[in-house]
Write a protein that binds this ligand. Structure first.
Ligand SMILES: *Cc1c(COP(=O)(O)O)cnc(C)c1O
Length: 409
């Protein structure tokens, strides 16, 4: 019989926009014995997780809980629960993950209007607000931090305008939550989806979401249709349709997370331990300290890359602090550089998608991966590898520039 080797994954320095390195405390949390999902000890852990998620999302919303599945399960749960076939949905797109929102909204039967911005830039709020006012959508859905291009979209004005017009505003904050401020309530966002494997430094496998009463009202109305509870008068007033998905039905998920604990799926015990520990770490550090830490390491990384003679990609006014995109210099094979970083130094950086494939590298400074040792290790290795690829640079300059930042020079 074939024998399979013991599991022994290499120690990597993961400097991608996710998944990133997981805090050892979170890995330990995942190794504890499981509890039954209706065990009071476990429901207490679920409730604590909800409490911590409200702080993370900076919201007073009742509903803040993880959807079991990767981040796109959270996106799909929110869109499938809020969009009825025939609903008008506006999707402003400035990178790959905007296209994901579009695809999911399409599959929900939405009448989608897309507005697009050249990759490397973001929208002026007026552009989105103008399109919203003319299209009069039921929902506006957009990405906060586009990991594909390393850009961050200001949301506050758009959120306010959507609220004023009675439009539901849905935001994919998968890549920003826990690394960059996300102000659910202050920015008038009706539903937000976060991710675990990016700035929270928890493995992939859960999607924390939060939504307010405006969003809940739509979800509950659709549930009443499904149960046949709608009166004739209501039936005449609207043509609400039930939520298509069972697994991703927010009305059922919230019953499961409510004190009623109505059975739905089997909660992912070990992932819940992981998320709870990850959130505890975030709150111990403090959200504002955490955002400042991400900015500090971003500054050191940028200083090093520029001293090396690298050109950063995209409009710097809307650069996402946790992802730094670097233009691959002409006649350098980007994949060969990435491969040498991985195989000689154990460091992983990312390439990009679509129009940016082969044109930029993407370097993440997220969560537990975002620390001085990693930034310095990457800059030293990057210099050496680029020299091996015959790129002319003044050796040592990158590390000195980064050290200047760390030593406050
Ligand atoms: C990573 C990412 C996703 C997708 O997350 P999965 O966990 O792979 O499903 C969605 N949106 C953004 C902005 C991301 O960065």
């Amino acid at each position: 019989m074939k024998r399979y080797a013991d599991l022994s994954p290499s120690q990597r320095t993961i400097m991608t926009p996710g998944p990133v390195e997981v805090d050892p405390r979170v890995l330990r949390a995942m190794s504890y014995p499981i509890l039954g999902q209706f065990d009071p000890e476990f429901t207490r852990l679920m409730n604590e997780t909800m409490e911590m998620l409200r702080l993370l999302f900076r919201t007073g919303n009742r509903w803040a809980y993880p959807v079991d599945g990767t981040s796109r399960s959270g996106i799909e749960a929110v869109l499938a629960s809020l969009i009825e076939p025939g609903d008008r949905v506006l999707i402003p797109i400035y990178g790959r993950f905007g296209h994901l929102l579009h695809e999911i909204a399409d599959r929900c039967g939405a009448v989608v209007r897309v507005i697009e911005k050249e990759w490397g830039t973001v929208f002026e709020p007026e552009e989105v607000i103008g399109a919203m006012k003319s299209f009069k959508p039921h929902v506006v859905a957009m990405v906060h931090g586009e990991t594909s291009t390393g850009r961050i979209q200001p949301l506050a004005e758009i959120g306010k305008a959507c609220r004023d017009e009675g439009v539901l505003f849905v935001v994919d904050a998968v890549a920003t939550i826990g690394g960059v401020p996300v102000e659910t309530d202050n920015w008038y966002i009706d539903a937000v989806i976060g991710g675990t494997q990016k700035c929270l430094s928890v493995p992939s496998g859960m999607a924390p979401v939060t939504y307010n009463e405006r969003a809940e009202r739509k979800v509950l109305a659709r549930k009443r249709v499904e149960r046949g509870l709608r009166s004739m008068a209501e039936a005449e007033l609207s043509d609400l349709r039930p939520i298509q998905s069972n697994y991703l039905d927010l009305s059922q998920l919230q019953d499961y997370w409510s004190p009623d604990r109505l059975n739905h799926h089997t909660e992912m015990t070990s992932m819940l331990y992981a998320l709870r520990e990850g959130l505890r770490i975030v709150l111990e550090e403090g959200l504002d300290n955490r955002f400042a830490r991400h900015k500090l390491h971003e500054s050191a990384l940028i200083a090093g890359l520029e001293a090396m003679g690298m050109t950063l990609y995209g409009d710097m006014k809307c650069k996402m602090p946790v992802v730094t995109c670097v233009t691959i210099p002409g006649n350098i094979d980007g994949e060969s550089v990435r491969s040498m970083l991985l195989h000689r130094f154990g460091i992983e950086i990312a390439s990009s998608f679509g129009p940016l494939k082969g044109k930029i590298w993407r370097i993440g400074t997220m969560g537990y991966s975002c620390r001085e040792r990693n930034v310095l290790h990457l800059l030293g290795a990057f210099e050496a590898v680029l020299q091996r690829h015959r790129f002319k640079l003044s050796a040592g300059a990158a590390l000195q520039a980064a050290l200047d930042v760390y030593e406050g020079g």
